[in-house]
Ligand binder design. Structure first.
Ligand code: SF4
Length: 257
């Protein structure tokens, strides 16, 4: 949905798309929270999270993706701090000891509106009125106007949980660690809308594959795209953004002097 050309590079040409530092720090934080939430409620404390983080760190540090970042000691310290800030951010949003965990890192697989769908749900918990699907996010929480579209992913997870277990979750939510929680009630109307959207995207993908047409959709994300050197439109977008930034900085300097 973000860029068909990037999708083609990644899934058809199968070019490497190594996770960046933020994604790796997020994965490390997810792992710590997964293990924490598998503990007895009374053990879900900041101190226990720290113990888990220390014991998990050597494996993350030794992993190929992390080694590819070639961090020196200071960069490694900052990486660990970034991941730890995300972990600790859970306590800004909830008391983990009060969560009734049903499953963590739960694989879900279902056919939704004719589309084969697979996902891994960070957490499924039980509340008084039913089950809740929760996903952790270590990135920046979206501004209000993008809030609803960011929930599509957890809503699809909720749809897959219902399709595979017969029980419809009552809520779906995203925990933006250290920032805020965004969520919504789940109902059939919302599920139908999101699965229709999924079917529409699936149909676009099939058309693009049969016609071998994957348009570049340029935008701010080009600056983080690993394929920008192979994409003239994306490279032009990045250069134009750099020019705009330089012009704005020059304008601010002129204003201040
Ligand atoms: S550089 Fe931009 S337009 Fe090009 S593939 Fe990447 S995201 Fe798409």
């Amino acid at each position: 949905m973000q860029c068909p050309r990037r999708w083609r590079f990644r899934y058809i040409d199968r070019l490497q798309d190594p996770p960046g530092e933020d994604a790796l720090a997020g994965s490390f934080a997810h792992r710590v929270l997964e293990l924490l939430m598998q503990r007895e409620p009374s053990q879900r404390t900041v101190a226990q999270a720290r113990v888990i983080a220390r014991s998990e760190w050597p494996e993350t540090e030794a992993a190929e993706d992390y080694q590819a970042l070639r961090h020196d000691e200071e960069q490694s310290r900052r990486f660990r701090w970034k991941a730890w800030t995300a972990v600790e951010g859970l306590w800004h949003l909830e008391d983990p000891a009060k969560v009734e965990v049903q499953a963590t890192e739960q694989g879900v697989e279902a056919e939704l509106a004719g589309v084969p769908f697979r996902g891994i749900v960070d957490r499924i918990e039980t509340e008084v009125d039913g089950i809740v699907v929760t996903d952790y996010k270590s990135g920046k929480a979206p501004p209000y106007r993008y809030r609803r579209s960011r929930l599509d992913q957890v809503l699809l997870y909720a749809a897959a949980v219902e399709a595979s277990t017969g029980e419809m979750p009552v809520r779906a939510r995203l925990l933006y660690l250290g920032q805020r929680t965004i969520g919504m009630d789940v109902n059939h109307e919302e599920i139908d809308a999101v699965t229709e959207k999924l079917a529409g995207t699936w149909s676009e993908i099939r058309t693009a594959c049969s016609e071998d047409e994957f348009e570049p959709r340029t935008g701010p994300l080009c600056g983080w795209c690993p394929y920008v050197s192979m994409c003239p439109q994306g490279a032009a977008e990045v250069a134009a953004a750099a020019e705009r930034k330089a012009a704005e900085e020059a304008r601010l300097v002129a204003l201040a002097s």
